[in-house]
Write a protein that binds this ligand. Structure first.
Ligand SMILES: [Zn+2]
Length: 329
């Protein structure tokens, strides 16, 4: 097999990337974990552009529509078109390489340079490359990658190095194939074409760039046994030992059911304390209305900890897409 038409992206890991499960072996889990996470953010982008994306982990929801033939309209969604589903193969080969271009077998650790290579196995449209490009930039600039990006940092010195309080999954974009220019309008047209299956989004409509927000350079953490800015923002008791588990909503185990607005679980927030250049807090609101006042709420709730916070620091879809399109131009 050749690498003709392959596109490569080079990243530096700003933290360890955690792509295995608790007792999983690395190696294979690196590629499957990273690809799963890339797909998840690709879905977020597609929904944000008005398209439909199935949840491949949900047997009720995932593609294909088995009543149809693979080439029929409505057989699979626009994400499965590129990433594949039963009866429709993924359009590319995916490899994770070290800086010398050798397959990466061990976990990717902080400071390492690594490459993601996408080799077309069938023709990939410019719109698909552009969506992939934007997805990777979105992850690097505003999100995090990997299966265990659920962990929140701690300001408590004794807990800083406990695994549950380390930051995972931050990567820096070094260089990569920019695709031929495709406009936002062209991408919208593409993801909303009638030939794509339109899955019900009920349980995960929140996993959309429309519901996403990010504040760079600020983080949430537990300050001590009685104070946690993280819990304050998501509406949980701040004192230790009173909060429930179950934050594993991102990548992998997805929260089922429909949380109510007042449920803490409806607030999906991740925060990264280090390294300094990549500090960020991001989240998804359950209901779009919640985005309207979020900036003011953060300003009020975190008056002390986020000193000087300006509402304009809160980035939402329009700002983010603008910046991503500029960066890729
Ligand atoms: Zn699908």
């Amino acid at each position: 097999m050749t690498n003709q038409g392959a596109k490569e992206y080079t990243f530096e890991a700003l933290t360890d990337l955690w792509t295995g499960d608790a007792d999983g072996k690395p190696g294979r889990t690196i590629t499957t974990g990273l690809l799963g996470s890339i797909r998840w953010w690709f879905e977020v982008l597609v929904r944000g552009l008005g398209g439909g994306a199935c949840d491949p982990t949900s047997s009720r929801n995932r593609c294909p529509d088995s009543r149809k033939k693979a080439t029929d309209s409505g057989h699979h969604c626009v994400v499965c078109e590129l990433f594949g589903c039963t009866g429709w193969a993924r359009k590319f080969r995916f490899e994770v390489l070290d800086e010398n271009g050798k397959a990466k077998a061990e976990q990717i650790t902080k400071g390492q340079t690594f490459k993601l290579r996408f080799t077309p196995l069938r023709p990939i449209l410019p719109q698909e490359w552009a969506l992939l490009d934007l997805t990777l930039r979105l992850i690097a600039e505003y999100g995090a990658i990997g299966g265990k990006t659920v962990l929140k940092p701690s300001d408590e010195p004794s807990r800083v190095n406990k695994p549950h309080h380390r930051d995972y999954g931050l990567i820096q974009f070094i260089e990569g194939a920019t695709s031929s220019p495709v406009t936002e309008a062209e991408l919208r047209d593409y993801v909303t074409e009638h030939r794509w299956r339109q899955p019900q989004h009920d349980d995960f409509a929140w996993a959309s760039l429309k519901n996403f927000w990010c504040v760079k350079g600020r983080y949430l953490a537990r300050q001590n046994a009685n104070a946690s800015t993280f819990n304050r923002v998501i509406g949980r008791p701040e004192a230790k030992g009173q909060s429930s588990q179950g934050d594993s909503w991102l990548a992998g185990r997805r929260a089922g059911g429909q949380p109510k607005p007042q449920d803490p679980e409806s607030k999906r927030v991740l925060s990264f304390k280090s390294p300094r250049e990549a500090v960020r807090t991001f989240g998804f609101v359950q209901f779009l209305d919640e985005l309207k006042n979020l900036g003011q709420e953060l300003k009020t709730q975190l008056e002390k900890e986020w000193a000087g916070f300006e509402i304009a620091e809160l980035k939402k879809k329009p700002d983010i897409l603008d910046e991503l399109f500029k960066a890729g131009a």
